[in-house]
Design a protein around this ligand. Structure first.
Ligand SMILES: N[C@@H](CCC(=O)N[C@@H](CS)C(=O)NCC(=O)O)C(=O)O
Length: 202
């Protein structure tokens, strides 16, 4: 049975990318407050939160745990413990950056612009230089190891990261996910914000 992804864009977006990268088909669910309340009532949400992924007879919550499970299951989690811990560090750093972007659409217009500007600043001063250096130092195709393990003008000062993004985009499963009509979500718009506010009562 295909994994069932229960979440909107937010943190569940990463699960969607990982499943797509692994070439695993998945179904999505969770559009209404009623569905969310039923999940809570049925005891499906360990701490009352999404994302939730139903897979292999389990109901998984907590982004980090979900990602670790999916990465290990689909052989995207390095070849040993040392590669794993590096993947975890890079993933957690990226999640910290993503959190700044995920909350931005829910803010008032002025604050929203400030949040995006701050996220771009943090990306360019803190995160991208780190990833650029990793790619420079180890001279391999990916951040960890030499097998698989993202427009933008914001990457223009980071040539190795830009080439990395191109390499990643050309991996067949990701290329497919980037095509129109895939399960990739569009950038958050007013409708998305309204749905999340209704479902999660933000
Ligand atoms: N530590 C959790 C946090 C999950 C989380 O913050 N979920 C939010 C949506 S992105 C949620 O379900 N909020 C509703 C609530 O807390 O009632 C994770 O990383 O998955």
């Amino acid at each position: 049975m295909a994994p069932l992804l229960l979440s909107r864009q937010g943190k569940g977006g990463v699960d969607r990318w990982l499943l797509a990268t692994a070439g695993v088909e998945f179904e999505e669910f969770l559009e209404t407050r009623e569905q969310y309340e039923k999940l809570q009532k049925d005891g499906c949400l360990l701490f009352g939160q999404v994302p939730l992924v139903e897979i292999d007879g389990m109901l998984l919550t907590q982004t980090r745990a979900i990602l670790s499970y999916l990465a290990a299951k689909y052989n995207l989690y390095g070849k040993d413990l040392k590669e794993r811990v590096r993947i975890d560090m890079y993933t957690d750093g990226t999640q910290d950056l993503m959190m700044m972007i995920i909350w931005a659409p829910f803010k008032a217009p002025q604050e929203k612009e400030e949040s995006y500007a701050l996220a771009v600043k943090r990306a360019k001063t803190c995160y991208f230089p780190v990833f650029e250096k990793i790619l420079k130092d180890h001279r391999e195709a990916f951040l960890v190891g030499n097998q698989l393990k993202l427009s933008a003008p914001v990457l223009s000062d980071f040539p190795l990261l830009q080439a990395f993004k191109t390499r990643i985009s050309n991996i067949p499963t990701i290329k497919k996910f980037l095509q129109p009509g895939s399960q990739r979500k569009p950038p958050p718009d007013g409708h998305y914000v309204d749905v999340v506010r209704t479902v999660l009562k933000f």
